[in-house]
Design a protein around this ligand. Structure first.
Ligand code: AHM
Ligand code: MG
Length: 331
C-alpha cells in the first residue's frame, strides 16, 4: 500500500516551520480544515437544499433556510470561536470584525480573515467556488480584547494563508511562508491527502483570465494587453487562451497549476477594482509569491499595500512571472 499523508499529519510535521512553534497555529489550521470539510458537505448538497427549500423558506425544524455563503460564514466563525486560538475574525459577510470576548479567546494569539464562499454568483449554477483564509499574529495584547489594528496589517505580515476550491474534487492549498502545498479531499476517508507537494507556477503560461466584458471601462494599458494576448505570434505562444470562471479561487487555482495570469484591475466603475485585499488578494498573493509568481496592484506589490479599512479593495494582477512582467510594460 502506498503511503498517504493526510493534511493533519503534514501540518504537525511542519510545525517547526512556524515562526512560533507552540502548536497554536497548528490547531488553528486544523480548525479551518474541519470547518472547510463541513462547508464542502453543505456545498455538495446545495442543489438538494434548493429543491427542499423551493416551496417555503423554512426547513423542517422551522429554521429559516440560509444562503450557503451565510452558512459557510457561520461555520468558520464557530470553528474559530470554539478553538480559542483566534481572538477575532473578519469576513466578507460581516460589516465589522468580530472580537471574541471569552477568557479563552482573548488568550488567542491570532486573528483570522476569510471569504467563506468566494464566487457566490456561481453557487446556484454548480460552478466551482472556494473559501479563502488569511492568518495574522495579533498586534494587541494577549488577554485583552483584540481591535481593528490587528486586521489592518500588511499582507507581508501574514503567518499563513490558503484556500479551498470546491471543484470536480475538493482541494485545500496553503502556505505558511515555506512553500505551497496542495491536498485533495478523499471523500471515502474524509481526509485531505497530500497530492500537490511544493507547488510552483510556471514562469511562462498561455492563459489570461480577466472579465473582458469590462473592456470599455478598463484603463488603456489593460485594453492594450488584452489586444496583445490575442495576436497570432508563434514565437511568443500567442494567441493565449482566455479562461475566466468568475470565481477567483478557481481561476487562480487553474493558473497556478497550468501557468497564466489573473487580472482584476481598476475600472471606471470601480476605481480600486472589485476584490478585497484582506481576505481575497493578500492570501492569494502570499500563495502566488510562495509558488514563484508575482502579485501586484500594477503599481506596487500587493502584500506591501497599507490597509486603512477592513473591506478595502485593490486592483489585482497575479500569475506567472514573465507574463506579469510583460503585462506591467503596458501600464
Ligand atoms: P464575491 O466574493 O462576491 O463572490 O466576489 C468576488 C468574485 C471573485 O471570485 C471573482 O474573481 C470576481 O468576483 C468576479 O467578478 P466579475 O463578475 O465582476 O468578473
Ligand atoms: Mg469573495
Amino acid at each position: 500500500m502506498s503511503t498517504v499523508k493526510t493534511l493533519s499529519e503534514f501540518i504537525i510535521e511542519r510545525q517547526e516551520d512556524f515562526p512560533y512553534a507552540t502548536g497554536e497555529l497548528t490547531r488553528l489550521l486544523n480548525d479551518i480544515v474541519i470547518a472547510s470539510k463541513i462547508i464542502n458537505r453543505e456545498v455538495n448538497k446545495a442543489g438538494l437544499v434548493n429543491i427542499i427549500g423551493a416551496t417555503e423558506n423554512e426547513n423542517i425544524q422551522g429554521e429559516t433556510q440560509q444562503k450557503l455563503d451565510v452558512i459557510a460564514d457561520n461555520l468558520m466563525i464557530s470553528a474559530m470561536r470554539s478553538g480559542g486560538e483566534a481572538c477575532a475574525i473578519a469576513s466578507e459577510e460581516n460589516d465589522h470584525a468580530v472580537f471574541f470576548d471569552s477568557v479563552l479567546s482573548k488568550q488567542g494569539n491570532y486573528v483570522a480573515a476569510f471569504d467563506p464562499l468566494d464566487g457566490s454568483s456561481n453557487i446556484d449554477v454548480n460552478v466551482s467556488i472556494g473559501t479563502i483564509f488569511s492568518i495574522f499574529r495579533r498586534k494587541s495584547k494577549v488577554g485583552e480584547k483584540a481591535n481593528l489594528e490587528d486586521f489592518l496589517q500588511k499582507g507581508s505580515e501574514q503567518v499563513a494563508a490558503g484556500y479551498v476550491v470546491y471543484g470536480s474534487s475538493t482541494m485545500l492549498v496553503y502556505t505558511t511562508g515555506n512553500g505551497v502545498n496542495g491536498f485533495t479531499l478523499d471523500p471515502s476517508i474524509g481526509e485531505f491527502c497530500l497530492s500537490h507537494p511544493n507547488m510552483k507556477i510556471k514562469e511562462d503560461g498561455k492563459i489570461y483570465s480577466i472579465n473582458e466584458g469590462n473592456y470599455p471601462f478598463l484603463p488603456e494599458g489593460f485594453q492594450k494587453y488584452i489586444d496583445y494576448c490575442k495576436v497570432d505570434d508563434k514565437a511568443t505562444n500567442r494567441p493565449y487562451s482566455a479562461r475566466y470562471i468568475g470565481s477567483m479561487v478557481a481561476d487562480f487555482h487553474r493558473n497556478l497549476i497550468k501557468g497564466g495570469i489573473f487580472i482584476y484591475p481598476e475600472t471606471t466603475k470601480a476605481p480600486n477594482g472589485k476584490l478585497r485585499i484582506l481576505y481575497e488578494c493578500n492570501p492569494m498573493a502570499f500563495i502566488m509569491e510562495q509558488a514563484g509568481g508575482i502579485a501586484t496592484t500594477g503599481k506596487q506589490r500587493i502584500m506591501d499595500v497599507e490597509l486603512t479599512e477592513l473591506h478595502q479593495r485593490v486592483p489585482c494582477i497575479m500569475g506567472s512571472k514573465n507574463m506579469v512582467e510583460k503585462m506591467l510594460t503596458f501600464l
